[in-house]
Design a protein around this ligand. Structure first.
Ligand code: HXC
Length: 542
């Protein structure tokens, strides 16, 4: 209970202090410093934090980690630049206890994890030289141990008083985020304002989770925006969860408040491995996968290619316990990305969503899926792709927005990925979208179609139009029959050529996936992890 504990060190009864200090086997001064550090920015600032509906840095860690597992590091580190130094202040009460961040390690679902939690009650959680050193120590240790890092962010950015030393501190953190990238999972929970440099570290991590009530992320806040551009805006309109989860794509998950975001983080970690060299945790399942058929899948997808349906209904019936964790639900909702389990093993699901712009791929959808593919590949999580796609979204807006560049990211990511890749075409796969959605040609391991699937260069209507134009000018054949024939034969040609391995009945899809995953289980260890041909790294079209 921080409120009752927040009797500041100076006010702590000397006799009690010396008694407790001797029990703990530490000097009285150390004891007082410990109490002082535990109180963060003191009662008034803690009250302010609570009054806003936010938890303190320590309360958040308490909720995040398995009970009693938190081990703090560097509790007594204080600002190297005393903010209000004074010779009459022997305890340094006006220095910054913990220097605005609580750091250490603990366990989540019994597995080790490294954490740091920015303490907004101390200098606004701003990043100083000492604060950065604490964060860097945690990331360094996490890399050595091979365990995830979870950052709880609530910070005013670079500590203004420390000038270039705080900028250097940020750069040291960014460097470690990059070096750790692809080796240990890194999560950033945004639980308050994050301004300036405070947003770039989260942006370099794998998943950004935002609190709808309190999280704000911006490089420059509303006042600077107003001063520089005359633009009137609010902090929420500039960088709230709705902005970053729907428009910018900076964030991956959001929830109401601190508690809900922390629960989401725990759930997300349950799907992820500790590091890139070990498999994700396997959940024990009692059900025999060969027992479970899903007859409802036989009639769930409308046969008319233009009729929308919710791809989530299909996902639910394929995965264990009808449970999946959707990532970036509201950003590019025409592409669905989610973690789930199949027979107890984590999988990354990528699917077109016919409910939204008919499931066409636009720039945002391509980038969203590409990033998800790269994460899954880096961490050895097999990729299951469900295809029902009319093509890339046409139009000036998309072309000018660089759909060529963005679409190619997805081609690149799928091709590069060496994890097991299983693909099913449910209803249609047209044009470049056939190629891009984990086709055999991009090193898909097992590719199947449902019985009524169509593969074509483009949809029937567009094809008829183009062919009719050509036919009209050459006075050749009547075209509609032609187009249909070519669509149908595309699937049989794909089967004959081995572009598609099998036709699978919808009700047996789960079984097909589970058997496929089990067959491919050794691929991750057997496959060459080094890029081929040998090179420093490829040049993904960013
Ligand atoms: C030092 C800071 C601070 C900072 C906040 N505080 N930000 N101290 N350096 N960057 C302190 C305040 O002085 C105050 O101290 C306490 O934290 C709480 O701040 P408030 O302003 O009272 O809180 P609130 O009204 O909730 O506003 C929060 C805020 C605002 C929106 C974050 O504080 C703010 O705009 N801060 C500055 C943001 C910013 O521009 N940062 C620098 C970015 S440049 P007391 O003692 O009164 O409690 C940057 C460059 C790095 O980061 C680039 C790397 C690529």
């Amino acid at each position: 209970d921080l409120d009752s504990a927040s009797t500041e060190a100076g006010a702590t009864d000397q006799i009690v202090a010396s008694g407790l200090a001797s029990v703990l086997g530490v000097g009285e001064r150390t004891y007082q410093e410990e109490v002082f550090a535990l109180c963060g920015g003191g009662r008034a600032r803690v009250r302010r934090q609570h009054a806003q509906g936010k938890l303190t840095a320590r309360e958040r860690l308490y909720l995040l980690l398995d009970r009693g597992s938190f081990q703090e590091l560097d509790r007594l580190v204080s600002s190297r630049e005393s903010l209000h130094a004074s010779s009459s202040d022997p305890l340094g009460k006006h220095r910054t206890p913990g220097d605005g961040v609580v750091s250490g390690f603990g366990r989540i679902h019994g597995r080790p994890v490294f954490v740091y939690s920015q303490d907004f009650t101390v200098a606004g959680g701003s990043l100083s030289e000492a604060n950065a050193a604490k964060i860097c120590k945690v990331i360094d240790k996490a890399i050595e141990v091979g365990a995830p890092v979870v950052a709880l962010c609530d910070s005013g950015g670079a500590r203004i008083q420390e000038g270039v030393r705080s900028l250097a501190g940020y750069a040291e953190v960014f460097k470690r985020n990059v070096l750790a990238s692809g080796y240990i999972p890194q999560l950033s929970l945004i639980l308050g304002p994050c301004a300036g440099g405070a947003v770039y570290s989260p942006a370099l991590t794998d998943f950004v989770l935002m609190s709808r009530r309190h999280a704000r992320m911006f490089v420059t806040g509303p006042s600077v925006t107003n001063a520089a551009l005359g633009e009137q805006t609010t902090d929420e309109a500039l960088g709230g969860a709705a902005v970053h989860c729907r428009i910018s794509g900076v964030a991956h998950l959001d929830a109401d408040d601190d508690i809900a975001v922390i629960q989401l983080a725990r759930e997300l970690l349950s799907y992820l491995p500790q590091n890139a060299r070990v498999p994700a945790p396997q959940v024990v399942v009692t059900e025999d996968p060969s027992d479970r058929e899903e007859p409802v899948l036989d009639r769930l997808v409308p046969s008319d290619a233009h009729t929308p349906y919710d791809m989530r209904d299909v996902l639910m019936r394929l995965v264990d316990d009808e449970e999946f964790l959707e990532i970036q639900t509201d950003f590019a909702p025409n592409m669905l990305t989610a973690f789930a389990r199949l027979n107890g093993r984590s999988v990354a699901l990528i699917a077109n969503q016919p409910l939204c712009i008919a499931g066409a791929i636009d720039s945002d959808a391509a980038v969203k899926a590409a990033r998800f593919v790269r994460f899954a590949d880096a961490f050895g999580i097999p990729i299951v792709t469900l295809v029902d796609v009319p093509g890339f979204l046409p139009g000036t807006q998309q072309e000018h927005g660089g759909i060529i560049r963005h679409g190619s990211k997805l081609l690149y990511a799928y091709t590069e990925a060496t994890v097991p890749k299983l693909t099913i075409i449910l209803r249609k796969a047209y044009g470049g979208a056939y190629c891009v959605m984990a086709s055999k040609h991009l090193r898909g391991d097992l590719n199947a179609t449902w019985p009524c699937a169509h593969i074509a260069v483009m949809g029937r209507a567009a094809a008829s139009q183009i062919l009719r134009r050509r036919v009209a000018s050459t006075d050749a054949l009547e075209t509609s029959g032609d187009t249909e024939a070519s669509e149908e034969s595309s699937v049989s040609v794909a089967l004959q050529r081995g572009y598609v391995d099998a036709v699978v009945r919808p009700r047996l899809t789960r079984r097909w996936l589970i058997h496929g995953l089990s067959l491919l289980a050794s691929k991750e260890t057997a496959a060459l992890r080094e890029p081929w041909p040998p090179k420093k790294h490829g040049n993904i079209p960013l």
